[in-house]
Design a protein around this ligand. Structure first.
Ligand code: GDP
Ligand code: MG
Length: 143
């Protein structure tokens, strides 16, 4: 399995709970390196564009309102099988259905405020990383 990159977002609910460090630690413990990271407060335009694929879904407006309700931490994670590994660490979209020990099981309660986003395929990872980061902002390990 090749080294991949994936996009992670620590959502406003998790930032508000002050579990940024605990969540990043899970990525690092699983062998995913943080190669870019920043905190930002998404505008409606940026959040809406990011979730454009969900535009026709009934929860779209609520999702954009939630994602703009407070700051988020956006990161690029790099490692073997990063896309699937991150999804595994996150757990199911609905925290009530998320496996024990996953981020969503441990740090979220409801499907609409579920602590983290992670790219769902190599193609979306490439698009999502480019949505938030210039190439020059990504810092692969040199030692
Ligand atoms: P993910 O890839 O696991 O994050 O899930 P999706 O791509 O299907 O949905 C994107 C995000 O929309 C989820 O993480 C939730 O924050 C939100 N979402 C999904 N389904 C629902 C829903 O039924 N109701 C609400 N309010 N939000 C939802
Ligand atoms: Mg998704």
């Amino acid at each position: 399995m090749a080294v991949e990159r994936t996009l992670s977002i620590i959502k406003p609910d998790a930032v508000a709970k002050s579990v940024i460090g605990k969540i990043l630690a899970r990525f690092e413990q699983a062998g995913l390196n943080v190669v870019a990271t920043k905190m930002l407060h998404l505008s409606e335009e940026l959040a809406g564009g990011f979730y454009a694929e969900h535009k026709e879904r009934p929860f779209y407006n609520d999702l954009v309102a939630f994602m703009t309700s407070g700051p988020v931490v956006v990161s690029v994670l790099e490692g073997e099988n990063a896309v699937a590994l991150n999804r595994e660490l996150m757990g199911a979209t609905n925290p009530k259905e998320a496996a024990e020990g996953t981020i969503r099981a441990d740090f979220a309660e409801t499907i609409d405020e579920n602590a983290v986003h992670g790219s769902d395929s190599a193609a979306s990872a490439e698009r999502e990383v480019a949505y938030f980061f210039e190439d020059s902002e990504i810092c692969p390990r040199t030692r």
